[in-house]
Design a protein around this ligand. Structure first.
Ligand SMILES: [Zn+2]
Length: 312
C-alpha cells in the first residue's frame, strides 16, 4: 500500500488527510482552525499528522503535499506578495519548514492547481486528458492539468480568473483588486453573487437559496441566476480557446448550489477549437476533499515531473 498525507490550508480552516494513493480515497481526516502564528501552525500540523498516520507503516508513507493560496515559487516558497489570511506566509519557505517539522518529503502547490490535480486523478476529470477546474468560492481559482501532470506554468494559471467577462457597469458588482472592472472573479465568485443577491433582496441570500428560488421561477432570483450563468459562460468560452479542455469542472460553494443549472451552462458553452471538439461541463466529485487528494498526489506527481524537467 502507498499512502501520502494531503493538506489543504485555508484562511480559517485547514484540512489534513491520509490518502490511499492507489484507491484515491481519504482514509483518515482532520479539520482544524488555521493557526496564524508559525509555531502554532507547525505544532498543529505535527499533531494532526501523527493522528492521521497512526495505523500506517513508515515505509508505506511517501510524504506530504500541501495546497496553499497564492503563487508558490519552485521549491515551495510562498510569494512575498501573498495577501492571504495567514500573516507569516509572504516569502515563507513552506515546503522546507513543513517537511523539516514533520520529518518527511514535502511538496507545496497553489490550491487551485492542487484541487484540479485531485479531480484529474481521482474525481470528475479522471477519464480526460485536459482538465480545467474553476473553484467558485470566496474568489475564483483556476487550475489546469494535462495528462495527469501540473505544467510548470500552472502556478500562474490560478490567476486567470481575472479575465474580463462583463462590459456592463450594472453587472460589474464589486470592484476587483486586480483593477479590471467586470473580471470573472468580481462577478462570478460566491462572494460577488451573494453580494448582488443581498443588494436585490435587502437581506443576506446564500447561493443555494438563490438558485433554488430561481428554479421555482421567482423573478428576481431568475434574473440574477441568468445574468450569472451568462457571465460564467462568457468566461468558460474564453478558457476553451486558451486551454482546449476536454472537461471543465466547477467546484466551490456556487458549484454545489447550481443544481440543474449545470445543463443550462453546458448549452451556453459553445466555443469550438475544431469541428470535432466537445467539452463536458460538470461538477466537482471530490468536493471538500479535492485539495487533500490533490495535495497528497503532489508527492508522486511532482517527482515524475521534476525528473522530466532535469532531462530537458
Ligand atoms: Zn479581478
Amino acid at each position: 500500500m502507498k499512502y501520502a498525507l494531503g493538506m489543504d490550508i485555508g484562511g480559517t480552516r485547514t484540512k489534513m488527510g491520509l490518502v490511499d494513493l492507489e484507491k484515491g480515497t481519504v482514509v483518515r481526516k482532520a479539520v482544524y482552525s488555521t493557526e496564524k502564528e508559525e509555531a502554532g501552525f507547525l505544532e498543529a500540523a505535527l499533531y494532526h499528522k501523527n493522528e492521521c498516520i497512526k495505523e500506517v507503516k513508515p515505509e508505506e508513507l511517501l510524504g506530504i503535499g500541501a495546497a496553499a493560496s497564492g503563487y508558490v515559487h519552485r521549491g515551495g516558497r510562498i510569494d512575498e506578495g501573498n495577501s492571504g489570511f495567514i500573516p507569516f506566509f509572504p516569502s515563507y519557505p513552506l515546503e522546507e519548514k513543513l517537511g523539516e517539522c514533520l520529518g518527511m518529503t514535502c511538496k507545496v502547490e497553489n490550491d487551485a492547481a492542487a484541487g484540479c490535480l485531485g479531480e484529474a486523478l481521482y474525481g470528475a476529470g479522471k477519464n480526460y486528458k485536459r482538465v480545467l477546474m474553476l473553484t467558485l468560492g470566496t474568489g475564483v481559482g483556476v487550475g489546469f492539468i494535462r495528462n495527469g501532470h501540473i505544467d510548470d506554468e500552472s502556478s500562474l494559471i490560478h490567476l486567470s480568473g481575472h479575465i474580463k467577462v462583463s462590459g456592463n457597469p450594472e453587472e460589474g458588482g464589486m470592484r476587483c483588486y486586480c483593477g479590471i472592472s467586470g473580471c470573472l472573479e468580481s462577478v462570478c465568485s460566491g462572494t460577488a453573487l451573494e453580494w448582488k443577491a443581498a443588494q436585490a433582496y435587502g437581506r443576506p441570500v446564500s447561493c443555494k437559496e438563490l438558485f433554488a428560488q430561481a428554479e421555482h421561477n421567482e423573478e428576481k432570483a431568475g434574473k440574477l441566476a441568468a445574468d450569472y450563468l451568462n457571465m460564467l459562460a462568457a468566461g468558460l468560452n474564453q478558457y476553451i480557446y486558451i486551454f482546449a479542455p476536454d472537461v471543465i469542472i466547477l467546484g466551490g460553494g456556487v458549484a454545489h448550489a447550481l443544481g440543474g443549472y449545470t445543463a443550462v451552462l453546458q448549452e451556453q458553452v459553445t466555443a469550438k477549437v475544431h469541428s470535432r471538439y466537445k467539452v463536458l461541463v460538470t461538477l466537482s466529485e471530490l468536493k471538500e476533499e479535492a485539495g487533500i487528494l490533490g495535495g497528497a498526489s503532489l508527492v508522486t506527481v511532482h517527482s515524475v515531473h521534476s525528473s522530466l524537467r532535469k532531462s530537458i
